[in-house]
Design a protein around this ligand. Structure first.
Ligand code: HEC
Length: 227
């Protein structure tokens, strides 16, 4: 290695060290600076696309505020408070049954409309005029014939085959889907029936319960052979 190359390498090294040092300086300038809660919320609101005020209210309601502030670790007293409040939001469908029509439930479970994830101009773009779907496959395996599924939540395949169809299991399933936070205070599962601007109607939830529990639903039948 000649002197010129060594000099170039030294120069390069110094340049790198100087840029690291100045980046650290920039970083330390911001450290310790704090913003108020309202500044924080307005920054989140302006950078986050919400569909309507009801949706924003849901994200900032007393339950989610506690979950956010405690990083999903509410105190014992807060857990009691949340479970009580969330349980009281659950209402029965107008027809009075926990189970509806499984064929309709299949449509709601598969549908992603209402999450407003399709961009205008694309085939099947999300359309606010369409009834909302639940997009359960984002987090769960459900019908074994469906081509894809998420795994944030447990598999619901064979749910009715394993749990049966007793009134107690119908009620549990209905209530869990209506408001998962009535069972698990900071559940990651959306509260489908909860509050103003809810994602699913009580009747749609009963259809979804039927899709999970009905022995004739593909959820509880063996996977079909693909041709
Ligand atoms: C964003 C992810 C997510 C979505 C979307 C979601 N879930 Fe869940 N679900 C979960 C998680 C995580 C759990 C585990 C328990 C918990 O955290 O509440 C769960 C638990 C459940 C349970 C209780 C399971 C048991 O073993 O008792 C049922 C029933 C259920 N989900 C049904 C559904 C249905 C039906 C849909 C669509 C209408 C749905 N979930 C959509 C994340 C999700």
């Amino acid at each position: 290695m000649n002197k010129r190359t060594i000099a170039k390498l030294c120069f390069g090294l110094i340049a790198i060290l100087t840029s690291i040092a100045s980046a650290q300086e920039d970083d330390s300038k911001d450290r310790g600076k704090s913003i108020s809660e309202s500044e924080f919320l307005s920054a989140v609101k302006s950078s986050f696309k919400v569909n309507n005020d009801a949706e924003w209210k849901r994200f900032t309601d007393p339950t989610l505020t506690i979950c956010n502030k405690t990083m999903d670790r509410p105190s014992g007293a807060q857990v009691k408070q949340i479970l009580q409040r969330e349980k009281s939001s659950i209402t029965l469908p107008k027809h009075g049954n926990y189970m509806g029509n499984w064929e309709k439930g299949k449509i709601w479970v598969e549908g992603a409309h209402g999450g407003r994830i399709g961009l205008p101009g694309f085939a099947d773009a999300d359309n606010p005029a369409k009834p909302n779907g639940a997009n359960c496959y984002a987090c769960h395996a459900v019908d074994p014939n469906f081509p894809q599924n998420g795994n944030m939540g447990p598999s619901l395949t064979n749910f009715g085959k394993i749990r049966g169809q007793s009134t107690a299991i119908q009620k549990y399933t209905y209530e869990y889907i209506f408001n998962a936070k009535a069972f698990n205070p900071c559940s990651l599962m959306p509260r489908f029936g909860h509050g103003e601007g809810h994602l699913l109607t009580a009747e749609q939830i009963a259809d979804v319960v039927a899709f999970l529990l009905d022995p004739k639903s593909p959820v509880n039948l063996p996977k079909r052979d693909t041709p």
